[in-house]
Design a binder for this molecule. Structure first.
Ligand code: HEM
Length: 541
């Protein structure tokens, strides 16, 4: 009995000593990080200086972009946002970081690798591996490939519009408005269907039926988890997703199965059956080395491409609908441009007429500036020898970056930055070429340099066609009442969520959002061609 008591006391003592040692070690690390650490002199939130928990916590809550923007306003253009991380806020820093050879993608990206060696173009930190992947994949993103694919994009957009307008009768222009539709859902379904076809030669048919709509929840769970681990890579070892994203991860199994079936069935088809991305992945070779992709690599790329292409573009489209419905003068100006440039809806496709719609392009860029679909800092690690960023020397081994949301709301680059002003992208008496050049230099929605977005051609084609065709065939507006403000900031909310004309993004790796709800009304005599061959669009919404 006495022995048992003694044993318990010894165990408790041991535990207490172990905990005290751990606490002391942590304290010593924190004191070091706050005082002697090479980045100790930089300002920033206290928690960020001592631990990456700061970034993980705010990312999990979808608000790290907002905290970063607020941080710059409080502490200036250079802040410490993790024990080993610096975030800058200027156009010069943007170019110094992302166009430089002295940095590489940060270690955090490797937490997204599903199995050792299974890199994709996005997660490959090694510059040589990336270069090979980029060369092979870029062939599938060429202008020529996107143009060849455009008729498919247009088919999906016409389904999107037919379902929004609802019926050909509503195209009578008699002011009968559709029931409000949540544009987050509609644009996601459109974006995934287009990407299914572009990537794998097969639509997921999210617009038409709900069988595969679980994909969106599965991808969201994946990006939410990845967003946290990129901020705090050590957390990946704890496998917290089993606790935090249980439902989404259940969906993930179904998603992996669906993707795996898709990839297998596509690979087994004739190689040149269609010019989709899988064709390039399966068959194209690096023009210099003659090397292609293995089946594992194809698998890793296709999973990434779905997220890269569908999630981002659908957020961009939703955002454009939000701002156009929030700024009636911009809506009118765009409607005028589209309705006076084309003579029929089917004429709206890439070509000289669409290219001449400069207000359309300005609206797209301004939406992307206001609410970038990738709003988080894209961390880069400084390579051996260190690197000078915006006149600041950063030693090797530290992570650096510029936050797209913050730099897009830097008043030196974008005056009146929280107002949607497409005019800032167009030369005029009030807006010189120099002003536009300054804005362009700080525009980082697709990032810049060798790791910049490979699919921006495709994104602009999808966005331009969707918005122009919507403006051609229909009018849209926000409904009265509470539905009319879904997705907007609210007065009285915490700072950063308080702007009623700003679309609210929850930043993870890509972004989640809700709304806006919109009503549609077909333009008189114009919607018949939309409903041609689809008299009864399935009423599955
Ligand atoms: C508005 C829509 C889009 C936005 C805002 C966007 C943004 C970005 C950004 C910021 C990056 C750099 C990521 C990093 O450095 O970690 C990126 C990379 C990439 N994006 Fe996009 N993207 C969009 C659409 C697309 C589309 C439609 C595709 C494909 C069909 C695509 C394919 C890629 C690929 C392959 C990369 C990796 C490039 C590399 O590392 O070499 N993106 N994108």
């Amino acid at each position: 009995m006495l022995d048992l008591q003694r044993l318990t006391t010894t165990l408790w003592r041991g535990l207490l000593i172990a905990l005290s040692c751990l606490a002391l070690r942590l304290l010593a690390i924190w004191i070091y990080r706050l005082t002697f650490h090479p980045l100790a002199k930089y300002p920033g939130p206290w928690l960020a200086k001592v631990s990456d928990l700061y970034g993980a916590y705010h990312n999990a809550r979808g608000q790290l972009h907002i905290e970063t923007e607020k941080g710059h306003r409080r502490w200036g253009p250079l802040i410490r946002q993790g024990p080993d991380k610096l975030v800058f806020n200027s156009a010069t820093a943007l170019h110094d970081v992302y166009s430089s050879n002295e940095v590489q993608k940060s270690y955090g990206y490797t937490t997204m690798i599903p199995a050792p060696g299974a890199y994709n173009i996005f997660t490959a930190v090694d510059k040589g591996i990336h270069k090979h992947k980029r060369k092979v994949l870029s062939q599938g993103f060429s202008d020529q490939c996107v143009r060849a694919f455009e008729p498919k994009i247009l088919d999906h957009i016409d389904i999107f519009l037919a379902k929004l307008v609802g019926s050909p009768e509503r195209g009578s222009g008699d002011g009968e408005w559709s029931t409000p539709a949540n544009m987050t859902d509609r644009c996601r379904h459109l974006g995934y269907d287009i990407m299914g076809e572009f990537g794998f030669g097969q639509s997921f048919e999210l617009q038409l039926k709900d069988d595969n709509r679980f994909l969106i929840e599965a991808v969201t769970a994946t990006t939410n988890k990845a967003g946290v681990y990129v901020q705090y890579p050590a957390l990946a070892n704890l496998k917290l997703e089993k606790l935090l994203y249980q439902r989404g991860l259940g969906m993930r199994e179904k998603y992996l199965q669906l993707m795996s079936d898709l990839v297998r069935s596509r690979i087994s088809k004739e190689k040149d059956a269609k010019n989709d991305l899988l064709y390039f992945l399966a068959d194209a070779k690096d023009p210099e080395t003659g090397l292609g992709f293995t089946e594992d690599e194809i698998w890793a790329e296709s999973r990434f491409l779905l997220i890269a292409g569908a999630d981002t573009t659908s957020t961009a489209l939703t955002t454009a609908f939000f701002y156009l419905s929030a700024y009636p003068a911009c809506y009118e100006k765009l409607a005028y441009e589209i309705r006076n440039t084309f003579s029929s809806g089917s004429e709206i496709r890439s070509g000289p007429k669409l290219a001449q719609c400069q207000y359309l392009r300005a609206c797209i860029d301004e939406s992307l500036r206001m609410s970038p679909p990738i709003s988080g800092t894209l961390w880069r690690e400084v390579c051996a020898g260190g690197h000078v960023i915006d006149n600041e020397y950063v030693p090797a081994g530290y992570d650096v970056g510029v936050n797209p949301y913050a730099v897009h709301h830097n008043e030196d680059c974008f005056p009146d930055s929280f107002t949607f002003k497409p005019e800032r992208w167009i030369p005029s008496a009030d807006n010189s070429e120099k002003d536009i050049e300054r804005a362009r230099r700080a525009f980082s929605v697709y990032s810049i340099g060798s790791r910049a977005c490979a699919g921006r051609n495709m994104a602009y084609t999808e966005l331009g066609d969707s918005i122009a065709r919507t403006m051609w065939y229909s009018d849209f507006r926000r409904p009265e009442g509470p539905l009319g403000v879904v997705g907007a900031g609210a007065e009285g909310s915490r700072e950063g969520r308080h702007r009623v004309k700003e679309f609210q993004l929850m930043e993870h790796l890509t972004c989640s959002h809700d709304g806006p709800f919109l009503q549609f009304c077909g333009r008189k005599g114009l919607t018949d061609e939309l409903f041609h061959d689809r008299r009864a669009p399935p009423a599955s919404y």
